[in-house]
Design a protein around this ligand. Structure first.
Ligand code: AGP
Length: 608
């Protein structure tokens, strides 16, 4: 998730505006920044790794000449956050430059073809392929720049929002969209394209929404929209946006947390575009491992706990989920050259997780990493790492990064299961198909259950303590639900495997004591009903997260939230976590707390 911006001004310099616009998009990524303008038929380009303010201090991003330009602030997915991978990327001649937000899935094949036909690539990014493809199309056919871009995007698979500048037609910016966000701005003095409205809100509140599969030509004459599939012209008038700049950064949401919860359908889709190569590599290391530790903290630890069920149930691989802060005490002496550590950390900077990794590394263990921040310390200490592509998460409470971690871990378990012949091709295809549906399922849950969760929060806002219970893999979901409610609503909450309740915790239960049960229709469903009865018998208020049509548990519940049915057990924590995220969010609001900046917490805990 990066931020792109482009503009064609009637008068004035483009660079200072592009710089300011990228600043408003910095929440989308801050690994590197770059601007290109065109003047006197020459491309002027400045880019470097690092945050916008730091790069500006170094390079002065405001002095590039010309009133036409494009810019980019990056969230690395392909290629480390280094200057060479910063956007804009150029073709062999340097006469075509591109900025891109999204993931080109077939970039490896396209790159190979282009290299075989003599193109020289300088970066490790997927994006650079686009600049070279436009160059090749312009060489092959006498095309306009717009038509060359059109031909190019037709050969791309994956998500993209791009803006292109070229000396071939120095009075235009060409942009196109497939899935990644793109919106136009229109003012007296020019036209603008951007990943998000905040970028041009300071100069205009007239916005033109761009749909998937559309290409746009920006020029002094204004904007022209064309359909990519048949080049037909699309007429669309601007609409007025009544947002304050502050509101805009949150895209109209009151808080980053609820915005990030709503982003999960898109971020889950991103996880389904992982580079096969890295999934294969990591599953090969896991397959060969003697013992596997899944090491992390907080929400990431809960993803590891769920993964231990996935690896065992799908691939018959026993793994040890370990709190990173306890790893050295628990395994520091026994970890060895035959041990493999899969360290999971959205920030890639959590001190406890890195300390565990260092301890294991010093004893020659193999380190694998799963993180959301390419270029983070975890990526540098890992033998192989995989980036989960959730984009920056601003809210302290991890939400979209949790479900993305689970999706990647499920895909690893599936691959391992296939590699070990523990699953038939039909079972594999079925599970992969269900994974493909998860983004829509999560979207349905948000659309259909959010209001209901809001009422639940209102109803139970005065409860002094909550239980979260689940069986099997739902134990991990219960732990995550508990953490969310504690960290942002400050309500004491206890989670444990439902089977444990009669070994002690049930003594706390009295009339009206709220107990949240996570109830996917899996092998543990029948036994869980027994646990619900136990709690009900002591007067507990039963709040159940159930599958649609689960009348048995609904009849036992005081309140219930429904998720679409037919979700395989091993991926059930993804959809079942969403109502718990929403409950914590609305409970925090009921309690008058700001969900984005909970007291005593930090987004990345870099101290032990
Ligand atoms: C979760 O909402 C918290 N922000 C916290 O528990 C977090 O999961 C933990 O600090 C681990 O962070 P990491 O994934 O960046 O390593």
């Amino acid at each position: 998730m990066c931020g792109i911006f482009g503009c064609v001004l009637k008068e004035g310099m483009a660079a200072p505006l592009i710089h300011a616009s990228l600043k408003t998009l910095e929440y989308r990524g801050y690994d590197s920044v770059g601007i290109a303008t065109i003047s006197n038929d020459k491309i002027w380009l400045k880019k470097d790794q690092g945050k916008i303010d730091d790069v500006h201090k170094l390079l002065n991003l405001d002095d590039l000449p010309g009133s036409i330009g494009i810019g980019h602030t990056r969230w690395a997915t392909h290629g480390a956050p280094l200057k060479v991978n910063a956007h804009p990327h150029s073709d062999c001649t340097g006469q075509i430059v591109v900025v891109h937000n999204g993931i080109i899935e077939n970039f490896s094949e396209l790159k190979l073809e282009l290299e075989n036909s003599g193109h020289n690539f300088v970066s490790k990014t997927d994006t650079e392929v686009i600049a070279h493809l436009i160059e090749a199309n312009l060489k092959r056919h006498p095309l306009s720049l717009a038509d060359a871009v059109l031909e190019t995007v037709k050969s791309l698979e994956g998500s993209y929002a791009i803006a292109v500048l070229s000396t071939k037609e120095p009075d235009k910016v060409i942009c196109a969209r497939n899935e990644s966000p793109l919106v136009l701005g229109v003012s007296e003095n020019g036209v603008y394209c951007a990943s998000d409205i905040p970028a041009f809100l300071p100069v205009t509140n007239k916005a033109v929404m761009i749909n998937n599969g559309e290409l746009i030509i920006l020029s002094q004459a204004g904007y022209e929209i064309r359909k990519i599939n048949d080049s037909s012209i699309v007429v669309r008038e601007p609409e007025i946006i009544d947002w304050t700049p502050e509101m805009a950064v949150k895209q109209g949401y009151p808080h980053f947390m609820i915005k990030e919860i709503h982003e999960q359908p898109a971020t889950l889709r991103n996880t389904l575009r992982m580079q096969e190569h890295y999934l294969d590599l990591i599953s090969t290391f896991l397959d060969r491992a003697n013992e596997v530790f899944l090491v992390a903290c907080g929400t990431s630890y809960h993803a590891c706990l769920a993964a231990s069920y996935m690896f065992s149930k799908l691939a018959f691989l026993p793994t040890y989920p370990v709190y990173a802060s306890e790893f050295i005490e628990q395994h520091g002496k026994s970890v060895n050259i035959d041990s493999t550590i899969l360290a999971v950390s959205q920030s890639g900077e959590t001190a406890d997780t890195l300390a565990a990794v260092t301890c294991a590394q010093q004893r020659a263990a193999t380190i694998l990493g799963l993180t959301n921040v390419i270029g983070s310390t975890l990526t540098r200490v890992s033998r192989v790492y995989i980036g989960q592509q959730s984009g920056p998460e601003i809210g302290v409470a991890a939400t979209k990064t949790f479900t993305s971690q689970l999706s990647v871990l499920a895909q690893l378990a599936l691959r391992l299961s296939k590699k070990r012949g523990k699953i038939s091709q039909d079972e594999m295809d079925d599970l992969e198909e269900r994974l493909e549906h998860l983004p829509d399922i999560v979207d349905t849950i948000i659309q259909t259950q959010e209001e209901k969760v809001k009422h639940l929060a209102e109803k139970y806002k005065d409860s002094r303590v909550f239980f979260f219970l689940g069986r099997g893999i739902s134990t991990a979901t219960a732990f995550e639900g508990r953490l969310k409610l504690m960290e942002i609503a400050y309500i004491p909450s206890i989670a444990f495997p439902a089977g444990e309740s009669k070994h002690g915790p049930i003594s706390l239960v009295e009339k009206g004591f709220p107990v949240i049960f996570i109830c996917p229709k899996d092998d543990s469903h029948k036994t869980l009903i027994g646990n619900i009865m136990e709690m009900k018998a002591r007067g507990a208020s039963i709040i159940a997260i159930v599958e649609e049509g689960d009348e048995e548990i609904k009849a036992l519940s005081d309140d219930f939230i429904e998720v679409p049915k037919g979700i395989p057990e091993v991926i059930s924590p993804i959809p079942f976590a969403v109502p718990l995220q929403l409950l914590a969010y609305y409970m925090a609001l009921e309690k008058g707390h700001n969900p984005d900046t909970p007291r005593n917490l930090a987004k990345s805990v870099t101290v032990k």
